[in-house]
Write a protein that binds this ligand. Structure first.
Ligand code: 1GP
Length: 229
């Protein structure tokens, strides 16, 4: 299953803290997207995570949890994505919370299902940037150096270029692309239509589409074919 992420081109990220109608969820899960990632930066609970997982489970596509809160780690997902925020100013978001989790739960952790993601957080206005106190005003060289640290030094399988809420600098993303050898590059942030989806997909391996699902579902659905074309 871990290798399957190498085939993902398009992923919808759904937030357990936001409502979604059954009919809309069906359209999302039947859209041709490669996977559903469940995750968000606030308001995530065990109950709302179980609820969303069991609704997505009616469909055949992979359903993975991006772990943001230990209280909301629910068994039964296909994979568990583990963010490590590379450009945070506080080590707890890079490794500290992970160590605490291992201390508490090491015997319960399905290690073979974990995928660490090296996050480079680039939108200073986003909840994740504020929560983790990330240094977001990186120039392209520094962003590329973070990517190399993730890819070559830490050998993480995923570098996540995170612009959550706004469409990012594609030249900076291209610089990250150029220096990254093995990691898969996930891009998320402000993909809201065919054009933004196509632009991001030309540079990055996997395009993550979040907010627009809740704001304009028809536009969100169009991103799938744009990425896969
Ligand atoms: C958020 O990268 C994802 O973690 C997607 O961002 O909500 O802006 O699409 P958007």
């Amino acid at each position: 299953m871990r290798d399957e992420i190498k085939t993902w081109r398009h992923v919808f990220k759904l937030d357990p803290d936001r409502d979604i109608l059954d009919d809309d969820l069906e359209l999302i899960c039947m859209s041709g997207t490669d996977a559903i990632m469940v995750g968000g930066s606030s308001g995530i609970t065990y109950d709302n995570t179980v609820d969303l997982m069991s609704r997505v489970r009616r469909y055949e596509l992979p359903c993975v949890l991006e772990v943001s809160d230990l209280e909301a780690v629910v068994p039964g997902f296909d994979l568990y994505m583990i963010p490590m925020v590379l450009n945070t100013q506080h080590s707890q978001w890079m490794i500290g919370r992970h160590v605490q989790a291992i201390e508490q739960y090491s015997h319960l952790i399905p290690w073979e299902l974990l995928i660490p993601e090296g996050y480079i957080v680039l939108n200073g206005e986003s909840t994740v940037a504020q929560l983790t106190d990330a240094i977001t005003d990186l120039d392209a060289d520094t962003a590329a150096a973070y990517a190399q640290a993730a890819d070559r030094l830490l050998q993480l399988p995923v570098v996540y270029v995170e612009y959550s809420g706004t469409f990012g600098d594609m030249e900076l993303a291209a610089d990250i692309r150029r220096v990254t050898r093995n990691a898969r590059i996930f891009y998320g942030g402000g993909v809201v239509d065919e054009q933004t989806a196509r632009q991001a997909s030309q540079i990055c391996d996997t395009v993550i589409v979040g907010n627009i699902v809740y704001n304009d579902l028809q536009q969100a659905l169009k991103t799938v074919s744009a990425v896969k074309a």
